[in-house]
Design a binder for this molecule. Structure first.
Ligand code: G3I
Length: 457
């Protein structure tokens, strides 16, 4: 598929994200690289005839630091929620495209292609659909597809026509569509989508079909049979919601076998989750895992692109569904690029010209908060390959924040800029070792957690 060049824009520096709750945390890993000014994941992917994109959702479109990255780094966007049935046809025959239109407009304004997601799914389905009599449901499905894909005709490059229709053992999931219409509903959905938008490539999309196994075998057999019968399917979406250190070894082989059936493949919802908190070893494993997925896609010409399921750890679905897990994406919650970002960057052909990460990382935590004041603790960790002899942490004071008294470091402020250097006794950190400093602060506003940078002396 044609992949436009992403716009060359500078990504905003890591910016504070207000985290709900009394105790908030912000981390920044110092990984400055000349490569940062050189390219973006979108442009690198485009040079390889692919896209590299992100899912997004409506609430984050009002977050300027977030949209600065979303609009500049990627050349593809997936509508993460608001094209789903619940939003587009909340009551029978009443369609609402307001929210999804906003995301599509954002993508168009930033030269990004759009993957439509998703027309037929048992989840995020309004209750009324479950109550449609069996004899009417196919008509309702056709009408929904006709209206939604018709509305976006010419504006999406792919549609996830049917999502997650199989169980892990390869049998059909017993959804309302399966139970009331029967096996034929998937083929009917693809036919309706082709009629509604002849230009969009039509995808079947699922999770746990990334490697070879019972579930991906079932999808493979379905695609093979659709091809034989002339049912209009153009692609298979491998969601790739993966676990740290567990990228299936057969991803490339799996992509290749689908390609050989005559369909495209896309990695549609990539994230690689870990037990939180992150540390340097987990970050390194995650970078290796992301690299493996990108390499598997690049190895097969018909693997047309990769989408991360949002790009920042602050905006991932994982922590709410898998308690204790997260940090699954390529930017941290403060929009700092993680080692996984640089692994993708390199795998896509970019050159990382400095040693990542140089020296140290700092994590800022609000440990207590009261009206007008707070206590914070900053952990400084040596993430480099040699012992530090000193370190410097910087951040910007916002919304009336001030540092009143500080321990285990030497404070200097210049206007809004706070700089803390090591105390005489804690500048030396062995590789992987950490130290902390703390302070009492005052704040007249919401006391946002700042983005902190760390540099070694
Ligand atoms: O919009 C309401 C909001 O009004 C309400 O205050 C809030 C309270 O919980 O809920 C909001 O709705 C949430 C919605 O996301 C929008 O944020 C739902 O509770 C929540 O369940 C829903 O989760 C979405 C999930 O699909 C539903 O299954 C995730 O954001 C979305 O990322 C996720 O995406 C799916 C893909 O579509 C298919 N593949 C798996 C992937 C991850 O689950």
């Amino acid at each position: 598929m044609p992949a436009p060049a992403g716009r060359a824009r500078h990504v905003l520096a890591a910016t504070a994200v207000a985290v709900a709750g009394a105790l908030a945390v912000g981390t920044a890993v110092a990984a400055p690289s000349p490569a940062e000014a050189g390219s973006t994941l979108g442009r690198l992917a485009a040079a390889k005839g692919r896209y590299f994109g992100s899912a997004t959702d409506n609430p984050t479109l009002d977050n300027a630091p977030y949209t600065a990255v979303l609009g500049s780094e990627f050349n593809q966007i997936t509508v993460g929620n608001t094209q789903k049935w619940q939003y587009t046809e909340p009551s029978r025959g009443q369609f609402d495209f307001t929210q999804a239109d906003r995301i599509v407009a954002f993508a168009q304004a930033h030269d990004q292609v759009v993957r439509g997601h998703t027309l037929v799914w048992h989840n995020q389905l309004p209750d009324w659909v479950n109550d449609v009599p069996a004899g009417e449901l196919l008509g309702v499905v056709r009408n929904h597809i006709s209206a939604v894909a018709g509305h976006y005709r010419g504006q999406v490059v792919h549609w996830d026509v049917v999502n997650e229709a199989f169980e892990e053992d390869g049998t059909r999931r017993q959804t309302v569509f399966q139970q009331k219409i029967g096996d034929g509903y998937i083929a009917e959905a693809f036919k309706a989508a082709r009629a509604a938008d002849p230009h969009a490539k039509l995808y079947y999309n699922d999770y746990n079909i990334d490697g070879i196994g019972a579930k991906s075998d079932a999808v493979y057999e379905m695609v093979k049979s659709f091809k034989r019968q002339g049912i209009p399917i153009d692609g298979v979406g491998l969601q790739a919601h993966l676990i740290l250190g567990q990228v299936p070894s057969t991803v490339e082989q799996n992509i290749r076998r689908f390609a050989e059936l005559g369909v495209d493949v896309a990695i549609t919802e990539l994230d690689i989750r870990m037990r939180t908190p992150r540390d340097a070893a987990k970050d390194a494993q995650q970078a290796q895992d992301y690299r493996a997925v990108v390499n598997a896609c690049l190895a097969v010409t018909r693997c047309v692109g990769i989408t991360v399921w949002d790009f920042s750890d602050g905006y991932s679905w994982i922590p709410s569904v898998f308690p204790g897990e997260g940090a699954a994406l390529i930017y941290d919650e403060n929009f700092a690029k993680k080692p996984a970002y640089w692994a993708v960057y390199e795998a896509l052909g970019g050159t990382v010209t400095t040693d990542p990460p140089a020296g140290c990382a700092a994590t800022y935590r609000v440990t207590a908060q009261w009206h007008g004041g707070f206590q914070a603790e900053v952990t400084v960790r040596n993430t480099g390959t040699t012992a530090t002899t000193g370190w410097t942490v910087r951040w910007t004071l916002a919304q009336g924040q001030a540092v009143r008294s500080l321990w285990n470091g030497v404070l200097a402020t210049n206007g809004q800029e706070a700089t803390v250097r090591n105390a005489p006794y804690n500048g030396r950190l062995a590789v992987g070792a950490a130290t902390t400093f703390g302070f009492i602060g005052s704040s007249t506003g919401t006391n946002p957690v700042p983005a902190v940078t760390c540099a070694t002396a």
